[in-house]
Design a protein around this ligand. Sequence first.
Ligand code: SF4
Length: 371
Amino acid sequence: MKTTRGLYVHIPFCLSKCTYCDFYSVAIDTNLIDSYVDALVKEIELASIKNNGVTIDTIYFGGGTPSVLPLSHLEKIIASIYKNFKVDIKEFTIEANPASKIDFAEYRNFGIDRISLGVQSLDDRLLKIIGRKHNSSIALNSIDEANKYFDKVSCDLMIGLPTQTLEQVEYSANVISSKVKHVSMYMLKLSNEVKMAEQISKGIFSLPDDDTFVDFYEEAYSIFKRNGLSRYEISNFSISGYESLHNLKYWNREEYIGLGASAHGFIGNIRYYILSNLKEYISGINYGNGKEISEIIDYKTALFEKIMLAFRLPSGIDIEAFNKEFNVDFEYIFSSQLKKLKPILVKDNNHIFIKEDKLLLESAVAREFLE
Ligand code: SF4
């Protein structure tokens, strides 16, 4: 049987640090980029040996900001993937920052067929507060340019930002979803280490309360629906047929290879994480590989992961497939949880899922199954 896996490549460089971001990234440094790309190419070679016989069907360049990579570097990485792996590409995505110089035509020539633009908002004041380098007119121009070259254009939006208003959410959601076929709408989650957390704790800004946040989400969702985009995951909306195939692998618990400093991967029953240390990644690679932390996912963890991820999707749990995969009777072993969650869950033939208007309760629902 043909084994297929997705391939995620992390590019840990950014133009500057956004105030809310805790992804691993550093400021652009030409020498570091050169060495990083060399190390990445080496890791691609090693990973292809480890994944002998595997076919890569989705590629995702994320970050950081992959669009800050010089074209020659991007070309080198992609050439190395094609040279070392068996590829049968169904989707090839690159994340791009509207503030960077994006050569859409060259990206297409490299075989990239999907672009994800980090727009976040179309309100200039808000963009400044969160430390983005672009403004709304730069973002709109990027979207229009992207649409000339790509059929699959996605935009990231954020809700729950400091000082954000419902009108701002409505405006961004409406303009963006009338221009592109896919939107990822992320809810702000702050770790203590980021600059915005400090600004909040000092009282410089405040965050919308929970009810306001739910209003933002619901209003944006109804705008997306009006513009023809369906929700296929809590934070992801698309015209039918434009769902992200690579990201669906994460939610469906399918295998993917992660390459680059701070990348995650999932193969067999192992989840691994490559350390977020650029210098170590670059030097360590000369001796064989980026340093990984691996975790063996035991039966119980796998079962809970499946429940947690499936409830993020409108289709929820496929009972038959679940029973087969875990050799259980889902409705029997979780009968007390299903009884307790009856007002929130729906059973339709072979699927159990969260009611349309309760999807934001997904984490709480999943936690019930952990006990
Ligand atoms: S551009 Fe993206 S990865 Fe880079 S700092 Fe901003 S949010 Fe983080």
